[in-house]
Write a protein that binds this ligand. Structure first.
Ligand code: PLP
Length: 377
């Protein structure tokens, strides 16, 4: 823990983001992705708040152990938890699913085989995710393997698909070619749905869309959408669209204290590696470093939203980082002052992302445990 840096999370803004999303996908339920500790914002508080205050009932985690943690932390509410990628379906863990009402998302033939072979899974909803072109996880869609899947399911009497899914690889890109690829993925998904219906299966829920797709109205007519990033604030389209439609508020604000302030002359060596100051100015040493997940790639990033528009200067250290201010005017903070590295205006974190080349997902997820999360309602 450290006292010099905080991630302040405003839950009211999370509620307004959920409400804004409800307008974009008015016919779909939300399956909110809270994996990786709620994209760094705290999986449990974010889930509890959206359950109690925003009407969300479905959550997505990446691993079985995230799912177990979430279920145990909030035993008083009933809600669906989908485990997306690291399932552990072998007999050693199979019981955990039925005991804790966790739903594994099956994304390969070997996962399907384990699911169908363990008796305990007969009480667990069947969720199938198909590979329609992202080529990461996903059941195969070629005819032979699809027929094999159908046969395996029928042999076990599993004719009800609780949730049929796919995932887009390029929905955050707005250029013509990736857009066409996303549309082709959507078309393949619809074909799979039809093939199951023709084979006599019933399908309760369907979903395809992450933030980028939702923002662009792709797949928003299905029973569910699966947003992550956009509910934490930033538009997923930001890397290639300067004026995204999504106007979410960044629910977090990173506040960091100034530990030291010193006036410097041009060519003063600063920190590890002794980077030379380009002109006279002021250096403020901040209470954050890569030990907190604040990457060395943030060197040379300018905080345009702050008075004096300082730049991270020299190498970012494990526990500290230097900001350089040209000049020495009244816009320069004093020792003990707190600076907002990013605020609730999503353009701040997006500007940091664009300058450093670190995607907003990574900026958020990297923030370590040493930074306390503070929640306001
Ligand atoms: C299967 C799946 N669906 C939805 C999402 C949410 O994506 P985003 O945060 O871009 O909305 C993710 C995130 O990685 C995912 O893996």
């Amino acid at each position: 823990m450290r006292l010099g840096a905080n991630l302040d999370i405003d839950l009211k803004l999370l509620k307004s983001n959920v409400q804004a999303l409800t307008v974009l996908a008015s016919n779909s339920d939300i399956l909110f992705m809270v994996k990786a500790n709620g994209y760094g914002h705290g999986m449990v508080p974010v889930t509890r708040f959206t359950l109690e205050e925003c009407g969300v009932r479905n959550y997505g985690v990446a691993t079985l152990f995230e799912g177990l943690k979430l279920r145990k932390a909030i035993p008083e509410h009933s809600f669906d938890i989908y485990v997306f990628s690291e399932n552990h379906l072998s007999s050693q863990y199979a019981e955990q699913y039925s005991h804790n009402a966790l739903i594994p998302v099956l994304s390969s033939l070997s996962e399907l085989d384990l699911f169908l072979s363990e008796q305990v899974f007969s009480r667990v909803p069947l969720v199938l995710k198909f590979n329609t072109g992202m080529n990461r996880l996903g059941l195969p869609i070629n005819e032979d393997e699809f027929d094999l899947i159908v046969t395996k399911l029928k042999n076990k009497g599993r004719r009800e698909i609780f949730h049929l899914m796919t995932h887009f690889g390029r929905s955050f890109e707005t250029l013509a070619e990736p857009t066409q690829i996303t549309q082709e993925q959507m078309k393949s998904f619809e074909e799979i749905r039809q093939r199951f219906l023709q084979a006599g299966f019933s399908i309760i829920f369907t979903s395809t869309s992450n933030s980028g797709a939702i923002e662009r109205g792709i797949g928003t007519g299905l029973s569910h959408v699966r947003p992550g990033l956009m509910l934490y604030g930033p538009s997923a389209l930001s890397t290639n669209s300067t004026r995204p439609n999504w106007k979410g508020h960044c629910i977090s604000s990173l506040k960091v204290q100034v530990l030291r302030r010193m006036s410097v002359k041009k060519n003063t060596p600063i920190g590890y590696g002794g980077t030379l100051t380009p002109r006279d100015g002021t250096i403020c040493v901040l209470a954050i470093g890569y030990g907190d997940g604040f990457s060395t790639k943030l060197q040379n990033t300018t905080l345009y939203h702050l008075p004096g528009q300082p730049t991270f200067f020299g190498r970012i250290n494990m526990d500290m980082a230097q900001l350089f201010y040209a000049g020495s005017g009244s816009s320069i903070p004093n020792e003990g002052d707190v600076l907002e590295i990013w605020g609730h205006d999503a353009s701040h974190v997006l500007s940091i992302s664009q300058q450093s080349g670190i995607i907003p997902y990574e900026i958020y997820c990297a923030l370590g445990e040493r930074i306390p999360r503070k929640y306001t309602l």
